[in-house]
Ligand binder design. Structure first.
Ligand code: HEM
Length: 175
């Protein structure tokens, strides 16, 4: 998993819960807590950090991952030079799998990215399958909500983990 996902996670935890929470999380996880943006680290370390934080601040793991996704979007867009090609939340969601992530893969060949298969797409609704080795559907939801915040739009994202692969439904709310 890319170092930027770790460095920004530390930033997110410090902003939201304070430096003592960062410290306690690292201590409880038994990890060094030292990451660089250009590095690459095992996904298991991210999991250990989130589980430790969840116990520390008494918030569900998936809720933390989702909130982190909202933050992460605002950082990823600054790393991605062609973001201004996209004009709306739906425009960006519809192009993650066929444009954005493939370009990310070219820039960072060691990135381990998910794929999304479109099941349904209309003006106000998108249904995607989330296909990944990692159970990070809540991160996908947070990133989508982060995109909506970026474009000042309002969407509802619903995840169905009973489906295999997991399905994500995005509804555009008008007004
Ligand atoms: C709404 C838009 C987006 C969605 C739903 C999305 C979804 C995801 C998810 C769920 C992951 C975690 C990996 C996994 O699940 O297997 C991920 C990783 C990542 N995404 Fe995206 N993404 C979005 C936009 C972007 C943008 C704009 C960038 C631009 C740089 C980006 C770059 C990355 C990078 C660098 C990773 C880390 C890969 C790794 O850890 O090796 N994503 N994305």
């Amino acid at each position: 998993m890319k170092g930027v996902v770790f460095t920004e996670f530390m930033e997110f935890v410090e902003n939201k819960y304070g430096f003592d929470a960062v410290d306690a999380m690292i201590e409880a996880s038994g990890l060094s807590g030292v990451y660089t943006q250009a590095g690459n680290y095992p996904f298991e370390e991210m999991l250990a950090l989130v589980v430790a934080l969840s116990k520390e601040v008494n918030v569900e793991v998936m809720d933390l991952v989702e909130a982190y996704g909202v933050h992460l979007f605002s950082i990823l867009v600054t790393l991605y030079p062609h973001i201004d090609k996209f004009t709306s939340t739906f425009d960006i969601i519809a192009h993650v799998d066929n444009i954005i992530h493939p370009e990310v893969q070219k820039l960072y060949p060691d990135a381990d990215l998910p794929s999304f298969r479109t099941l349904e797409q209309s003006e106000n609704k998108i249904v995607l399958q989330y296909i990944s080795k990692k159970p990070l559907h809540a991160l996908a939801k947070g990133l989508m909500l982060g995109a909506a915040a970026y474009y000042k739009e309002n969407i509802t994202v619903t995840i169905d983990t009973n489906k295999n692969p997991t399905e994500i439904e995005i509804i555009k709310n008008n007004g």
